[in-house]
Ligand binder design. Structure first.
Ligand SMILES: Nc1ncnc2c1ncn2[C@@H]1O[C@H](COP(=O)(O)OP(=O)(O)OP(=O)(O)O)[C@@H](O)[C@H]1O
Length: 340
């Protein structure tokens, strides 16, 4: 079956980050948004990604995306999805009276945000994220959770439901008079989801590993596996938080030539490892999905040396949008000034 190629043709931003009113076109193939620090390069990638998955890939809360002093933002994108033209608009309104996020597809209100992903998928990678190799477990979990959510929509749903229950349980555990029965009930609801998360992480890391450069290896270790959330109720009550689950101690370890990358790999090798992960993920999408998404890369030019950058660009196909401090040869360059 022919792949559904996804392309964003233009974007129009209102009150998004530093932009009051901004429009640009994109070409199919490689696009480079270039401009000085603070001109809004990453914000444009963030807006494109938001059209596909309405939350900031930088971890910002929605209200932080609204231009300071304003009460709403709106992102509008013209999309080519296979042979069809579509228009996606997402607006977020935030003031004392209401907080409301609405998505429209071709002028009609969308019931479930994930329906948009049938039309448009844009996958962001921030090359600064290679720091997660040395960083906290939570950064590594977030990195893989994002990737796995794109590879498997069921994983995304399970994770979302688990996190909702977790938030609710953690709020309850902080109360003075804890409703013990309900806290236990929530633990029991969370347990099967937690087990499924671990199972899916194990499967997907195996799949991803097939495409990783053989110099590198990534291992997923779940300390939660075999545990039951409900058994830790006393500790949870004492500490006011859910202390076990795949959100706590589960982690990923990277290896370079058989040794833990964190301690053995040079900075350049860690960057190469990150690049290899990105390309492995890309390959996996190519092999397993019936669509060709748009890839968004923040700052590869700063992180990769010219040789790696060339290698990276030679692997790219489909539509790609890169944020960079300077224009790149052979790309469609979109310049920004500091005013946006
Ligand atoms: N909610 C907001 N309202 C107004 N301005 C904002 C808001 N959020 C961020 N900014 C500003 O928007 C500008 C653009 O930020 P962005 O991270 O997109 O820049 P960039 O071009 O990617 O920079 P760099 O090259 O330094 O990474 C920054 O000056 C930032 O301080």
């Amino acid at each position: 079956m022919e792949k559904k190629r996804m392309v964003i043709e233009s974007i129009y931003l209102r009150n998004f980050r530093n932009f009051s009113d901004f429009k640009t076109n994109f070409k199919d193939g490689i696009n480079v948004i270039y401009g000085p620090n603070g001109s809004g390069k990453t914000s444009i990638l963030e807006a494109v990604a938001y059209l596909s998955n309405p939350r900031s890939f930088r971890g910002a809360r929605d209200h932080q995306l609204i231009k300071l002093g304003e009460k709403f933002f709106e992102i509008n994108g013209k999309i080519l999805s296979g042979n069809e033209s579509h228009e996606i608009t997402i607006s977020y309104h935030h003031d004392e009276i209401k907080k409301e996020k609405i998505a429209y597809l071709d002028g009609f209100k969308v019931k479930r945000f994930r329906d948009i992903q049938e039309i448009f998928i844009a996958i962001p990678f921030s090359f600064k994220d290679y720091a997660m190799i040395d960083g906290y477990a939570t950064q590594r979990r977030d990195f893989f959770d994002d990737i796995f959510s794109l590879l498997d929509l069921e994983y995304y749903e399970i994770l979302r439901n688990y996190e909702k229950l977790l938030d609710e349980r953690n709020d309850l555990l902080k109360e003075e008079n804890i409703d013990r029965d309900y806290v236990i009930y929530l633990a029991k609801e969370m347990q099967p989801l937690a087990e499924k998360i671990v199972e899916k992480r194990e499967t997907m890391i195996k799949e991803l590993s097939k495409y990783l450069d053989p110099m590198f290896k990534v291992e997923y270790i779940s300390e939660f596996k075999g545990k039951n959330i409900v058994d830790y109720i006393e500790e949870d009550i004492a500490r006011g938080i859910t202390t076990v689950g795949p959100h706590v101690h589960d982690d990923y370890t990277f290896y370079y030539k058989g040794n833990p990358a964190k301690y053995f790999a040079s900075e350049g090798q860690k960057r190469l490892l990150y690049l290899s992960l990105v390309l492995a993920f890309r390959k996996l999408i190519e092999e397993t999905k019936l669509y060709e998404p748009v890839f968004l890369f923040d700052d590869p030019v700063n992180v990769l040396d010219p040789h790696l950058l060339e290698k990276f660009i030679s692997h790219l196909s489909g539509q790609v949008i890169i944020a960079s401090l300077s224009p790149l040869l052979g790309a469609y360059n979109i310049g920004l000034t500091l005013e946006g």
